[in-house]
Design a protein around this ligand. Structure first.
Ligand code: CP
Length: 306
């Protein structure tokens, strides 16, 4: 049976931990040994929305495992621009490859693709909905930094309304023991009720604040997000909140020494570059762990390995 990865909500705690354990194993495989693991396989990489990390890390992961890639990163060059449906695009591309990675601006596009395809489909982000491979790499990063994914105080900050990385991450983290969340947002970008209501209420222990400085003093992890201009229906609303938060060295003065700042990236203004050279900055190592996790995902979903 084909295996899709569409929503983190479809994954049990055991499945999620299996991905993380497998990524730990993949990390130990010498590069030369990896180069034949997906030899002869082709990955379809279909990006209907801009990306740097997700697309390039999936492509790099496939190439480093000896596989090949086809795909596009600009729909203007494809027959979508002529009016071809998503379902027809998927049923065409599946003739050419062994699995599909898809990013799309519409919520539900990855699920629809999986329903019409006989190949494994991996969701690389659908609108404001889900970004499950980002969540797996975020959890892998937390495990690498803290040696555990439990008993942690985590501040989720910025745009919690539209952030698919946050929505996916909340769904995953509530499956672990004793995670305390502080939700730091402007009033208009709070975590939506539909996300709060879709997770186990007893497991989701959270407080809400607008005060990032205060939240930083109490937490182990700040998961910072960009205020996403492209998701706002009204540009005036974006202008009101776009510079709500900025982490710089002064705001980190009272942080706990072990604090790690994570960010799915890209960033705009919300983390000053001066923070990059501090021990708090976890976001570029996080990018590197993403490559390992995506190798693990491809080996699992295309190679049948775990
Ligand atoms: N984190 C993330 O999805 O980054 P990209 O948009 O660059 O892929």
């Amino acid at each position: 049976m084909k295996r899709d990865l569409i929503s983190i909500d479809d994954q049990s705690l055991k499945n999620i931990n299996d991905y993380i354990s497998f990524a730990e194993k993949v990390e130990m495989i010498p590069p030369a040994e990896k180069t034949r693991m997906l030899f002869g396989k082709i990955l379809g990489v279909l990006f209907f929305e801009p990306s740097t990390r997700t697309r390039l890390s999936f492509e790099a992961a496939m190439l480093r495992l000896g596989g090949q890639i086809i795909g596009f990163s600009d729909v203007i060059t494809t027959s979508t621009a002529k009016g071809e449906s998503l379902a027809d695009t998927i049923k065409t591309v599946e003739q050419y490859c062994d699995a599909v990675v898809i990013r799309h601006p519409r919520e539900g596009a990855a699920r629809l693709s999986a329903e019409v395809s006989r190949l494994p489909v991996i969701n690389a982000g659908d609108g404001s909905n889900q970004h499950p491979t980002q969540t797996l790499l975020d959890l892998f990063t937390i495990k690498k930094f803290f040696g555990r994914i439990e008993n942690l105080k985590i501040a989720l900050a910025g745009d919690l309304k539209y952030s698919r990385t946050v929505h996916s991450l909340v769904h995953a983290l509530v499956k672990y023991s004793n995670i305390e969340f502080t939700l730091v947002t402007p009033e208009t970008l709070k975590l939506p009720d539909y996300v709060k209501n879709s997770v186990d209420k007893k497991a989701f222990k959270y407080s809400e604040t607008t005060d990032l400085k205060e939240a930083i003093t109490k937490c182990d992890i700040v998961y910072m997000t960009r205020i996403q201009r492209e998701r706002f229906p009204d540009p005036v609303e974006y202008e009101k909140v776009k510079d709500s938060y900025r982490i710089d060295n002064s705001i980190l003065k009272d942080a706990q020494p072990h604090l790690k700042i994570l960010h799915p990236l890209p960033r705009v203004n919300e983390i000053s570059p001066e923070v990059d050279s501090t021990p708090f900055a976890g976001y570029f190592p996080q990018v590197g762990y993403g490559l390992t996790m995506r190798q693990a995902i491809l080996l699992n979903h295309i190679g049948g390995q775990e």
